[in-house]
Design a protein around this ligand. Structure first.
Ligand code: F6R
Length: 269
């Protein structure tokens, strides 16, 4: 894992944006994996700002979101489609017909929807860079603890912890979904690059388990230890429980020196 230590959430968003920008600038037809939730909002704001400065175009980009609530209308204000429209798609030059989420309604067979989503990703040439957040229980996408490390896009039941963590986003009288379609752990691992962002003290223990713990289905994010190109961007609070901070700082300085010298265009190779 390449661990990028940042001072705060704004700094983390700027660092993360550099990787996305490198891909979009250097690859002719980039395929981006997207996440929802509070964490990537700042990254999306950075990307929108770069777009407005004419330094970033999404015109040739295809996107696949990690997940979508089960049986929710695209137009529902709590759908992840609405989230993406609000926080990114409506503000950049993306062709919205190239933006995909694993939407599945009650009348559809989730197994087929999952299979079709995998086929769409493959037909697009696979995901170049997958953006991830991490749940306080170590989930990535909605792959909750005990999810198969070999899983593919499918329907998952959310844990009580995830439902409680996300309840802040719902009005008291709003029905909160308890199931979601999500890319599987193997789907995520197929991405050429992974860019996981974690900020805040609430993520510190999950980050510790992801980075320092054993690879275990009980902390799905720990599988990223097995990924060839996993970039983990952390603010101070999220990184606070990782051991050997001194080594991480030295390694990060060296990484930055290499990036300053050679750039990030290798992400598009
Ligand atoms: C979102 C997703 C989730 C979130 C995670 C963290 O598409 O798949 O894994 O990344 O729950 O959410 P926040 O950023 O709200 O803390």
């Amino acid at each position: 894992m390449q661990i990028v230590l940042c001072d705060d959430a704004e700094h983390a968003a700027r660092e993360a944006a550099k990787w996305v920008q490198a891909l979009l600038v250097h690859k002719a037809k980039p395929v981006l994996g997207l996440a929802t939730g509070s964490t990537p909002i700042r990254l999306y704001q950075e990307l929108i700002a770069l777009h407005q400065l004419q330094q970033l175009s999404f015109a040739n980009c295809t996107t696949f979101n990690l997940d979508e609530y089960f049986d929710i209308a695209a137009t529902h204000k709590q759908s992840y489609r609405s989230f993406m429209q609000k926080h990114l798609f409506n503000h950049v030059d993306i062709d919205q017909t190239n933006t995909y989420l694993p939407a599945c309604s009650q009348g559809q067979n989730p197994r087929l929807v999952g299979l079709e989503y995998e086929q769409k990703i493959a037909a697009a040439g696979g995901i170049d860079l997958q953006i991830l957040g991490i749940g306080s229980n170590g989930h990535i996408g909605f792959n909750e603890p005990t999810s198969s490390l070999a899983s593919r896009t499918r329907l998952k039941t959310l844990t009580a912890q995830t439902i409680a963590d996300n309840s802040r986003l719902f009005e008291p009288d709003e029905v909160q979904p308890t199931m979601a379609m999500t890319m599987g752990i193997a789907t995520i691992m197929d991405a050429r690059y992974i860019l996981l962002i974690a900020t805040g003290q609430a993520k510190a223990e999950a980050v510790r388990q992801m980075v320092c713990g054993p690879v275990s289905a009980y902390c799905p994010a720990s599988i990223l230890q097995m990924h060839e190109h996993a970039i983990v961007v952390l603010d101070k609070d999220a990184a606070s429980l990782i051991s050997d901070q001194q080594y991480l700082k030295v390694a990060e300085q060296e990484n930055q020196r290499m990036i300053d010298m050679y750039g990030l265009q290798f992400i598009a190779e």
